[in-house]
Design a protein around this ligand. Structure first.
Ligand SMILES: Nc1ncnc2c1ncn2[C@@H]1O[C@H](COP(=O)(O)OP(=O)(O)OP(=O)(O)O)[C@@H](O)[C@H]1O
Length: 362
């Protein structure tokens, strides 16, 4: 007869590919109960699982039966996103459990495209997600979400409601003023407008708020990383040496303000010929991996330079919603799950958790 202790021992040998830790160390094991000949195991993970719940169940059942073929197993897998500690100790944003800032050291590397597709991927996995376009001078979210020309509803003469599209809540200065208007703002006006967006938007119970930061690692970005209660950050880069050097600066900036960097995403890493399928690393190979190793962060994944990504996102239907079954979408979902799993291992902020929402998938 198998004992609870034995099962616990086996689970401590099973390393989850997203958590990169075993199930006991990752503190996702909720309960083991032996009833007659059956061992009931319940696991609760801290990131949205989507299809992975089934996969984990199959893989774990297989793993345990290889350990001991005499055990009959029932596995119950659920998930719930908790609020995590804001390292800058800034007051939490109401109704927002976690804020993930997406940054790039350099402009034009595809930070906004990556942010919106990752936000949609988290949403497709079942989480409640919002995206804040903090790029006051070059807001791109209204176009990328097909919502240009929309005006947010105002309530109480003060708060504004996020615009909803593709199941995602979004806020951008682009919904409030004409692009030419914001372009001529001076620094204090722009940061005042951003502060207003941050203070006045009434998000609806978010597991994750993705913030698309303006490109660069100057004072604006540093102040934002300190003023906004950012829980963690992700850095987007392309494989060219110059972009990698700037990505390194972005990681250093977050280290300075003690915001954990969940990892680096390498965008436009390779090009697949649409005629013959041949894959070419136009900007060099392995740059993201080398950078990640050098600065001690994880490479969350790489995305190809793809005409579809550009055309779909620029036309208001990002790849994750336009082609949910495509290889590119699978890459975005994989990256989103890696970053959410990594965040789930950070210290929790019990005060900021709101009890009204409990997303559980079995
Ligand atoms: N993987 C990709 N493949 C092809 N085109 C891409 C890819 N990622 C982004 N692009 C395109 O590159 C252009 C710049 O992307 P995006 O606006 O996301 O960059 P950014 O880093 O946010 O720019 P900025 O620094 O100006 O805010 C867009 O036209 C976008 O469609």
């Amino acid at each position: 007869m198998v004992t609870e202790e034995q099962i616990r021992e086996y689970l401590s040998e099973y390393r989850d590919p997203f958590l990169k830790e075993d199930l006991v160390d990752a503190k996702v094991l909720k309960n083991i109960e032996i009833k007659g000949d059956i061992a009931h195991i319940s696991l609760k993970l801290g990131f949205p699982l989507g299809e992975y719940a089934k996969q984990l169940e199959t893989d774990l059942t297989q793993f345990l039966s290889e350990k001991d073929s005499s055990i009959d197993i029932e596995i119950d897998i659920s998930w719930r996103v908790d609020a995590h500690v804001h390292p800058a100790k800034v007051q939490a944003m109401p109704n927002v459990k976690n804020i993930i800032a997406v940054a790039s050291g350099k402009g034009g590397v595809g930070k906004s495209t990556t942010s919106v597709n990752l936000a949609l991927a988290l949403s497709a996995l079942g989480a409640n997600v919002g995206i804040l376009d903090a790029d006051i001078y070059g807001p791109s979210m209204p176009i990328m979400l097909g919502m240009q020309g929309k005006n947010p509803e105002t309530i109480d003469k003060k708060s504004i409601l996020p615009i909803e599209s593709h199941g995602l809540q979004s806020m951008s200065i682009g919904y409030l003023v004409k692009p030419e208007q914001a372009m001529v703002w001076r620094g204090p006006m722009a940061s005042g407008a951003l502060q207003q967006l941050i203070n006045d938007t009434q998000w609806k119970d978010l597991d994750y708020l993705i913030i698309d930061l303006p490109p660069g690692t100057g004072d604006i970005q540093l102040t934002m990383a300190q003023k906004i209660p950012v829980t963690a950050a992700v850095v987007v880069t392309t494989p060219q040496d110059i972009a990698l050097a700037d990505a390194r600066k972005a990681v250093t900036m977050f280290n300075k303000v003690s915001v954990p960097v969940l990892g680096v995403v390498e965008n436009m890493a390779m090009h697949t010929c649409s005629n013959c399928g041949h894959e070419e690393h136009i900007f060099g190979q392995g740059g993201g991996e080398t950078l990640a190793q050098e600065i001690g962060v994880e490479l969350l994944g790489s995305l190809p330079l793809s005409l579809n990504i550009r055309e779909q996102t620029d036309a208001g239907e990002p790849t994750v919603v336009k082609e949910p079954e495509s290889d590119v979408t699978k890459r975005y979902v994989d990256i989103a799950q890696r970053m959410a799993a990594k965040l789930s291992l950070e210290a929790k902020d019990f005060k900021a958790s709101f009890p009204s929402i409990s997303i559980e998938n079995t």
